[in-house]
Design a protein around this ligand. Sequence first.
Ligand code: 3HC
Length: 668
Amino acid sequence: MTDPIRAERDGDIAVIISNNPPVNALGAAVRIGLDRELKAALADDSVKAIVIRCDGRTFFAGADITEFTKPPVEPMLNVVIDAIEAATKPVIAAIHGTALGGGCEVTLGCHYRIAVPSAKIGVPEVKLGLLPGAGGTQRLPRVASVAAAAEMCSSGTPVSAKKAFEIGLVDKLAGEDSLAADAIAFARECIAKGARPSRDLPVKGTADDVKAVAEANARKFKGFDAPAANLRCVEAATRLPFDEGIAFERAEFMKLMMGSQSAAQRHIFFAERQAAKIDGIGEDVKARPIAKVGVIGAGTMGGGISMNFLSAGIPVTIVEMQQDALDRGTGTMRKNYEATAAKGRIKPEQVEAAMGALTPTLKLEDLADCDLIIEAVYESMDVKKDIFGKLDKICKPGAILASNTSYLDVDEIAASTSRPQDVLGMHFFSPANVMKLLEVVRGEKTAPDALLTAMGIAKKIGKVAVVAGVCHGFIGNRMLMPRQVEAMKLLMEGATPEQIDKVHTDFGMPMGPFQMSDLAGVDIGWHRDPNRIENLRDELAAAGRWGQKTGKGFYDYDDKRRPTPSAEVQGMIDTWSVKTGATKRAITEEEIIERTLYPMVNEGYLILEEGKAQRASDIDVVWIYGYGWPVYRGGPMFWGDLEGAKKIVAGLEKHGFAVAKSLKAKAA
Ligand code: 3HC
């Protein structure tokens, strides 16, 4: 391996340069090189100041996360940073791209910082279930302030160079294209000022600044270990001498590093990046250009899907059958954009730019010039086949024809065209303009470049895309089914909706199975045959208990949509319990977990056995980004491994489930 660190000279300034693609992570070779070149520059009397900068797309983006599970290699990052800080000559960090985590901590070890305006500086460790463990929590309150440190460490959100300049985290802004030269000039200015160790600066702020951040974010931090640990460290900086603060930080860092939450969050970091990779598609396959998108259906789904493309600057033609439905749909889109603008998240001119790129129409023929068409009409195979048959005649050759179906057979839809190689599923999650997940469904005949194009466009519109195979419900909804079935059975056997939901929300899910049913609509699928009352769900629907939209479902709702248990529903549960011949008994939390969460893990193994997901980590990504599975539990497959295959298999067998072969093998 070539040495990632080299040194150059510009008169009396030594420049230490890292070139460790892709993101200049601070791996062992980088640390060794930094240590070596720093010592050399310090030993050379002709050097008066030292600049540290990086080649490539970014300044150091952090410690090398892949090293966290390997034996440590010296020098450790904190030792290198301490050595930088202890330098008797001024050391200047020259920042471009993203100075993140350990990268930010290197800049804090330096005595001065210069950055290009487009640079971002942050400590995102909290997103990996960690904290800045190389002095960041102790130096940030001194270089910037306690308030800034508390905010940055607990949220993980980076600040722009401009903001960094305002809060004292950066001393000077460089020209966007002249960082190397500007840093050398700045270093010359710093010679007279001399070295300025961050540890010697006074802490700017008090413990109250930490408390304010904790209180403002209490809801967001719920369930996570790392935000509170970050805040404890920043608070420690307000009362402990620097070295004691560092010892405190180290102890907190090690606790997090050894815990399962950080392992889960690091797993998801890599899982998300892995999901973008498609098995069996080589470098030779090229994506098709997508300049214009068509969306069929201006309902909630179609509107949300369109907004993704419009927000990314891609024009959309949206088709409806009736003018009033079209007007309603586009009106809702405008309202959504305006609400976002009112919150200050986008500028008013962005609302107009997005809506200006939308072409509403009643004619399917207007999709002729689109490169990607996404059908988002209701779930009927006949309707979808009819639409795809028409698209086949209208759309230009090479256009990708996608269905947003959540359950239906994409191969059957593809067969209604003469170009099944161009057909695939693009399953968005509601609300489609917000939820990050996209299941890209690979049909039996989907061409590799069509799949690659769909995955690429997903990234462009800010989605996390996962490749799924054709099966009922694909990955996410397929795993939801056994959970919902068991939850209903548990009701018959004596559990209550609120008891089951609480187990799920205590686990960290945003809502439980019954809260989810009430949100989605208890009446889904019932309208086709409203005379049918075959189970509790049918009876709820027949009684107008359709969920939140009618103010009552499994729960009663007040005008603020707050749920309370319903005596009427309990009566219905009791009746159906008798009808189904179930025996009521006390149900434990453990049984609810074994019967609602273990079957999901089992289904995940079946999905892998059938080749409907590329890898276990993809399944985790689906559940984190599509259903709000708590990221600190790493997704169902990661969590299943933490629970242990043996325990899961025993739990499943105790309740009479058929266990996936591969799960059984793992347990054995
Ligand atoms: N260590 C190891 N590999 C890393 C890495 C890191 N810190 N950061 C990124 N990578 C890898 C990615 O896995 C990816 O690998 P792949 O191509 O094989 O999939 C590759 O670098 C490129 O990354 P992205 O696809 O994410 O590239 P982007 O340009 O979209 O984003 C980035 C760049 C903003 C730097 C983003 O990669 C990122 O946020 N990285 C993580 C930053 C981070 O969390 N730093 C803190 C690390 S922990 C730490 O420093 C502890 C310290 O306090 C002691």
